[in-house]
Design a protein around this ligand. Sequence first.
Ligand SMILES: Nc1ncnc2c1ncn2[C@@H]1O[C@H](COP(=O)(O)OP(=O)(O)O)[C@@H](O)[C@H]1O
Ligand SMILES: [Mg+2]
Length: 155
Amino acid sequence: MQKCVEISTKSDKDTKAVGEILARSLMEDGPRKVATLVSLEGDLGAGKTTFVQGFAKGLGIKEIPKSPTFVLMKIFRIPGKKGRKHFENLIHMDVYRISARDLNALEWSDFSKNPANLILVEWGGRIKKAFSKKVLRVIFEHGKNEKERILRIQE
Ligand SMILES: Nc1ncnc2c1ncn2[C@@H]1O[C@H](COP(=O)(O)OP(=O)(O)O)[C@@H](O)[C@H]1O
Ligand SMILES: [Mg+2]
């Protein structure tokens, strides 16, 4: 059965906190055979990058992720101390400007196989074909007021 959680956030701080909680909970999952994929979907300004900032913090990463639209991909090393367990790298991607076919150039098939990788893909809905069936989706929508966002997390 498909599980779905809906959360309303009232500030960027709230959205970061949700990212942080999700990061921690994924760390507690058992080891996998391939990389763990999270697809972040929603319009510009919906809060995807903000969420990744909280997520990285939850993994103990000191650097603050920025929008990777122009760099396409950035790899962060997950530090050992904060209970890294089986994950070693956070890979933050933004595929707004690329298609599933372009992923080969980014060595997608290699790094999506590696269980040590936790991959967060902004605009992941655009490259659905490249994802295995097991992808966690976080869908962002603007809420009723300027600072509200609705986050739907589904497996
Ligand atoms: N509840 C909220 N959650 C996330 N961001 C919010 C929220 N309220 C206001 N914001 C603002 O909205 C913008 C979201 O931008 P960003 O995270 O870069 O979006 P995206 O990556 O989806 O384009 C930021 O300027 C952030 O401060
Ligand atoms: Mg972004």
